[in-house]
Design a protein around this ligand. Structure first.
Ligand code: DX5
Ligand code: ZN
Length: 228
């Protein structure tokens, strides 16, 4: 799968979300950060806003749930119109059951790992997922510095995906910018969330195109890509 760019609306103007979605026209997905002030020390938006946003844009919604009790809430985000729903494994009581429920409701199921959570205990769960999200900052806020100590985890995850012959996507989120995206692509990521690097740019749509070009060029050269 060629590299995809998912602008995070956390860095957008929340009073003008429909316009901000249009401002990144051409983006592969719109990344929607849901925070509950319990799982992370910040509060953003919930199901009604996702419902409205889904009606206001043709770009599919990639909902990243940084909330407690995703087992209870995640299915509602599918019903609200999200095409991909990511829950944190640290918060899920029954991640396999939850991933199956998300898929059964018709969305892509994705699981996120905070920086201190290793991938290895979850190797057997990978076939249940359409995407794995490796956080490259501590979740909660946009504009933080990229944690390059996560690059080995990205590499090991890509190896596990290849070992099991899976089609799943590998997303990185946090501090992804023109100066860090190539390292992520080289390590094995193929879906890139970018908040401040897109919405902080003068022309957000152009920033998406430039990041995507950079990521695609870097992945073409990367050793993990089939055929190398
Ligand atoms: C952080 C969120 C990210 C955030 C990324 O917890 O999950 O999606 O918006 O913002 P940047 O790209 O500015 O690090
Ligand atoms: Zn996010």
């Amino acid at each position: 799968m060629p590299a995809q760019i998912n602008p995070s609306i956390l860095s957008a103007d929340f009073a003008r979300l429909a316009d901000e979605a249009k401002a990144v026209h051409g983006a592969d997905w719109l990344h929607v950060d849901v925070m509950d002030n319990h799982f992370v020390p910040n509060l953003t938006l919930g199901v009604p806003v996702v419902e409205s946003l889904a009606r206001a844009t043709d770009t599919p919604l990639d909902c990243h749930l940084m909330i407690e009790d995703p087992d209870r809430w995640a299915p509602q985000y599918v019903e609200a119109g999200a095409s991909s729903v990511t829950f944190h494994v640290e918060a899920a009581a029954a991640p396999v059951r939850l991933a199956r429920e998300i898929r059964a409701k018709g969305a892509r199921a994705s699981m996120a790992l905070k920086p201190a959570t290793p991938i290895e205990p979850y190797e057997d769960l990978l076939p249940e997922l359409d995407m794995l999200l490796i956080m490259t900052v501590e979740p909660g806020f946009g504009g933080q510095a990229f944690l390059d100590i996560m690059l080995p985890k990205i590499r090991r995850t890509r190896e596990l995906i290849a070992k099991h012959g899976l089609e799943m996507w590998l997303q990185v989120d946090g501090g992804v910018s023109a100066s860090t995206i190539e390292q992520c692509a080289d390590a094995g990521a193929d879906v890139f969330v970018a908040g401040s690097a897109v919405y902080g740019a003068e022309d957000p749509a152009e920033a998406v195109r430039a990041l995507r070009d950079q990521a695609r060029t870097a992945s073409e050269k990367a050793s993990w890509v089939c055929g190398h």
